[in-house]
Design a protein around this ligand. Sequence first.
Ligand code: GLY
Length: 252
Amino acid sequence: MKIICHGGAGHTPKVQDGVDKAAEEGWKILKKTNNALLAATAATIVMEDDFRFNAGTGSCLRDDGRVQNDAAVATSDGKMGAITNLQDFKNPVLVARELLDEFVTMLAGEGAIQFALEKGFKKTKVIGSEKGWTGDTVGAVAQSSDGQIAVASSTGGVRGRPVGRVGDTPLWGSGFYCDKNIGILATGVGEAITEQLMCYRVYQYSEDLEEAMNWGVKLLPKDVGVGIIGIHSNGQIYGSSNTTMPFTIIKD
Ligand code: GLY
């Protein structure tokens, strides 16, 4: 069993305790259920509910002052779900998780809101953070004892972006990827990560996660913050970034 959580590229090490708490919660769920999906989402929820992180309740604001969230979930048995530009739901990662068993894999804006309501989620005012950009997307990758891998990721996006803007977080292969060999997540400036198809290319580069991720973060200029975390079926678990990125690993 393994879990790795990150609190966002560019975030200060002062929030390490929040990432540790997320990993501990995910680990607790992993021990109890041996379910990687439940563990990865439980860890991500802890950070969505912590105002210091740029996801859920602490999301940064769009340039018109509103909060729009993106989130994604995927599992090594070939399922994925992603939502983008979701408004007024406290835990976007849970809405994305509901898509795993649907034919549709991704919903945006009004469609995502309707879907969330149909699934029983209640609208809540998500205030967001006016402090400006305090780091990026949060997320977790977990692996159960039988080798199942899951990834979960959630973000308020990047400050100063227009309403309707889509970053990397909900984009398959860019902000997240998972199959029987790997679970991988990116965090950082979404436009740059998307242009590089970051997660899928890192996966393809090498089976050595450390080598692949260190190569991946160098795809972007040094002043464009990016981080990557992941678990490989070969037993490796690793995180790499070109900026500060608090992350926590727990494994047995
Ligand atoms: N990495 C999150 C975003 O750019 O929206």
